[in-house]
Design a protein around this ligand. Sequence first.
Ligand code: ADP
Length: 298
Amino acid sequence: MPPHSSATVSNAAITCESVVRIHRHGSIEVQALQGLDLHVDRGEMIAVVGPSGAGKSTLLNILAGTDEPTAGVVDVAGWDLTAMSAKDRVRYRRNAVGVVQQQTSRNLISYLTARDNVSVPLSLAGVRHSQRGARAEALLDRVGVAHCAARKPSELSGGEQQRVALAIALANSPALLLADEPTGELDTDTSHEIFRTMRSVSEEEGTTIVVVTHDPAVSAQVGRTVAIRDGRTSSEVLRRTETHDDGQTHVIAEEYAVMDRAGRVQVPREFREALELTRRVRLALEADHVAMFPGDRP
Ligand code: ADP
């Protein structure tokens, strides 16, 4: 159980509010996150997209418990990641969160079989030796690679290696699964299959999943895509499936800008450029919307 459990009562798996992360090297400061807000429900699977340098890895490292925010609120399944003792941080990383990296080789220990690879986190969590083998095999079966149990990573395809990595990440039934470009090295079909497996884990086991990707085709496979720009959440795309009168199902995707608690919204660059919106703009409250005009226009 997390050290404080009030947040576990709510449905929120992740609450990030006004998260700032500043890297300091001598006199140079880099603001990797500049007041990021993010809320994810329990059992939800989201994609995080954004250009290189936007702050995606920094966010993932903070959620993984390997980096700490400079300021702001970060709560994952009742764990307050801004005020954790070193001991709780170890417990959090072992039990509350699982991580799949892009590089298949970084997820697996090369000289161990798939079964033994999955047994490592079980052993760290104190699962008895006599129970580890069966639990590891059940996990490999869950992600569709039971037949690979006795093989070493070099004897597995890229897709099989990432499935084993998934089994390792899920070994201790984490509340949160983080995946950093998990299918970046795989072909499209294999990538779709892995996403299908992750979706079924989130639906059936209530695991919250955050996938970082730069690939729009990958992000189209989840219900919600959050875009990060300049260290902030800038927009969200929500997808839902509708069945039309002809019986055909269609995926409807709608893009929203994200407004933070102070009312700040990022206006997309295309909009700014099209109307030459610069430093000063005029806002007008209409009956059912807010209008924005270039400031120099009468
Ligand atoms: P992304 O994953 O979206 O490419 P990152 O989170 O890696 O973005 O980086 C966000 C910003 O923070 C970038 O400007 C990057 O150069 C900077 N940054 C990330 N990690 C460090 C670090 N350890 N030291 C200094 N700057 C960093």
